[in-house]
Design a protein around this ligand. Structure first.
Ligand SMILES: *Cc1c(COP(=O)(O)O)cnc(C)c1O
Length: 375
């Protein structure tokens, strides 16, 4: 068996349409209810979603904003971080992490990842701290929790707040806590392909810090307080009522979706074991949520075209580290030790299809095609 039977539809790498279809009844109801309410931005649905999402994450507060990028940028702004300040984060991440820091006016200082996990390496944080450092942003990339114990203890030693980029990690567990609930704040995106996805843009910050939450509520809407007097300079970064209503409808299904992702990831792990490619490694004590299933091989481009010829789409998350994007090259600084692990990883990583609606038979067909390639 080295390919898919003719006549099969392609297997996309991600599939937000399938998410809509499997939730269509509750999503359609949420949209209709919101349209009939006559109130479309920052209202009851947003308030209810904020409460429900904070409860889900185990934090005192959730503040809904316009995107995951804004969640990060506004936490930095609300923390008084801006021009002249440095924020330490990884180069191996979505460009959005870096864009948020640059938007705040601060300089991203890029550190390398641990070769075993592909996640932030706390020893690199230590080496990158300067008198200008104001925060650390670990990223729970692909839904794999970063080593928060090491990140938090290193940051605490230097008096630095930790802001978790949990945009790919809704529901992931670190010990008995949810990703996003361990640092000063956790930042989430509800982009349609994320583990909890809207049908447009959206984001949220979760935190136990009530002062920070209050500031974020002002900043997201021109700086207004409850009486519409601006107390701080602000922006417009609000969540629509329709998106909030949809997220409320989907939140009760998040754990089941994550469980389905885990079952599929383990199916891949079993089927691909023994092949000459690196599989994701999960450290003890954490429960990832498999936002993406990423493997690594020297023969990436050959593998990708082999799979594509057999109707299987793949992707690369992410093909270029931030400093190689012309728009960011001058805006970032590379931490001590450089980025050898990141530079090497970006040449080898490839994302296989994984989403809750992927069928067992489709996952088996993907794994069989990968095996056929290496045979
Ligand atoms: C998606 C994502 C973001 C940004 O979210 P948007 O809602 O697209 O702004 C930030 N960080 C990571 C790691 C992401 O995957």
């Amino acid at each position: 068996m080295n390919g898919r039977a003719p006549g099969h539809r392609r297997i996309p790498c991600q599939q937000p349409l399938a998410q809509y279809r499997s939730n269509a009844a509750v999503i359609d109801e949420a949209i209709r209810r919101t349209l009939d309410s006559g109130w479309y931005v920052l209202g009851r649905e947003v308030e209810a979603f904020e409460r429900e999402f904070a409860d889900y994450c185990g934090t005192g507060e959730a503040i809904a904003v316009g995107s995951g990028t804004d969640a990060l940028r506004l936490v930095l702004q609300a923390s008084g971080i801006g021009p002249g300040d440095e924020v330490i984060t990884v180069a191996h991440t979505a460009l959005a992490t870096i864009a948020a820091i640059v938007m705040s006016g601060a300089t991203p200082v890029l550190v390398d990842v641990d070769p075993n996990t592909g996640l932030i390496d706390a020893r690199r944080i230590e080496a990158a701290v300067t008198a200008q450092t104001r925060a650390v942003i670990p990223v729970h990339l692909y839904g794999q929790p970063a080593d928060m114990e090491a990140v938090l203890s290193t940051s605490r030693r230097h008096g630095l707040p930790v802001i978790e980029d949990a945009a790919q990690a809704h529901g992931a567990r670190i010990g008995d806590r949810r990703a996003g609930s361990l640092g000063l704040a956790g930042c989430f995106s509800f982009y349609p392909t994320k583990n909890l996805g809207a049908v447009g843009d959206g984001g949220a910050v979760v935190t136990d810090d009530h002062d920070l939450a209050g500031k974020l509520r002002m900043i997201r809407q021109y700086g207004w307080d409850a009486g519409r007097t601006a107390r701080v300079p602000g922006v417009n970064s609000r969540l629509d009522e329709i998106q909030a209503a949809i997220l409320r409808a989907k939140l009760p299904g998040l754990d089941a979706d994550n469980e389905r992702r885990r079952v599929l990831a383990e199916r891949y792990n079993r089927a691909l074991a023994g092949l000459p490619l690196s599989l994701p490694r999960v450290p003890d004590g954490v429960e990832p949520v498999w936002h993406l299933y990423v493997v690594a091989t020297e023969r990436r481009s050959e593998l990708r075209s082999f799979l594509s010829d057999r109707g299987i789409d793949t992707a690369i998350h992410y093909p270029q580290p931030p400093h190689r994007h012309p728009g960011y090259a001058d805006a970032v600084r590379i931490g001590p030790g450089g980025l050898p692990v990141t530079e090497e990883l970006v040449e080898r990583i490839v994302t296989l299809p994984l989403y809750p609606e992927l069928e067992d038979a489709e996952a088996d067909a993907v794994a069989a095609a990968v095996a056929a390639f290496f045979a």
